[in-house]
Write a protein that binds this ligand. Structure first.
Ligand code: ADP
Ligand code: 5GP
Length: 181
């Protein structure tokens, strides 16, 4: 049976980078979330996210269309239920979502494997977040301010993996997924 894998961790820790590496292996599909935030430079509709209006998002909440959703950084983010169920028929499915959504996903889908990605240290996290160059200094501060809350939920996750060396971290994650029945 294919597995639902939920990956979370502080903004800038390397979740997207790790997920891209896992997708190259061929056994994994990425759930594409809906969001009401505007696209960043280079992001594509239906690949990065489904970018939808607040009205459409709220209508989908009413229709019970989300496996989980959350209001985060002043925008809604949610995992479309139908999309994930369809993907699970052929592959393991990865959700790359923040902590509240991850814990909600575990409630609606208890077999989900929750993995938290940790930075080697705070300075390195800050350097990665700033180096990515996609957020304003104000947004970076907001995201950094959330880290202690995110890390306080680490024990509710099945596993925590330090993203020090990328390939080492990816290999550890693959082994953890395979080991979990
Ligand atoms: P997230 O998706 O968690 O917000 P990203 O995947 O966008 O984070 O990574 C943030 C930045 O850190 C990117 O510039 C990425 O290239 C870099 N990065 C990711 N993993 C590592 C790593 N293991 N070592 C050094 N830099 C990394
Ligand atoms: P970003 O705006 O940087 O793409 O994402 C902001 C946060 O929202 C990240 O922590 C990301 O993991 C989270 N996120 C993305 N999609 C979803 C989702 O479908 N549900 C929830 N709860 N969080 C999501």
């Amino acid at each position: 049976m294919n597995k639902l894998i939920v990956i979370s961790g502080p903004s800038g820790v390397g979740k997207g980078t790790i997920v891209n590496e896992l997708l190259k292996k061929g056994d994994y599909a990425l759930s594409i979330s809906c969001t009401t935030r505007p696209p960043r430079r280079g992001e594509k509709e239906g690949i990065s996210y489904f970018f939808i209006s607040r009205e459409k998002f709220e209508a989908m909440i009413e229709e019970d269309g989300f496996l989980e959703y959350d209001n985060h950084f002043d925008n809604y983010y949610g995992t479309p239920k139908d999309f994930v169920q369809k993907q699970l028929q052929t592959k393991n499915v990865i959700l790359e979502i923040e902590v509240n959504g991850a814990l909600n996903a575990k409630r609606s889908y208890p077999e989900a494997i929750l993995i938290m990605i940790l930075p080697p240290n705070f300075e390195e996290l800050k350097a990665r977040l700033t180096g990515r160059g996609t957020e304003s200094p104000e947004k970076i501060e907001k995201r950094l301010g959330r880290i202690s809350y995110e890390l306080s939920l680490k024990d509710k996750y099945d596993f925590a993996v330090v993203n020090d060396d990328l390939q080492r971290a990816v290999a550890e994650i693959e082994n953890l997924i395979k080991s979990k029945q």
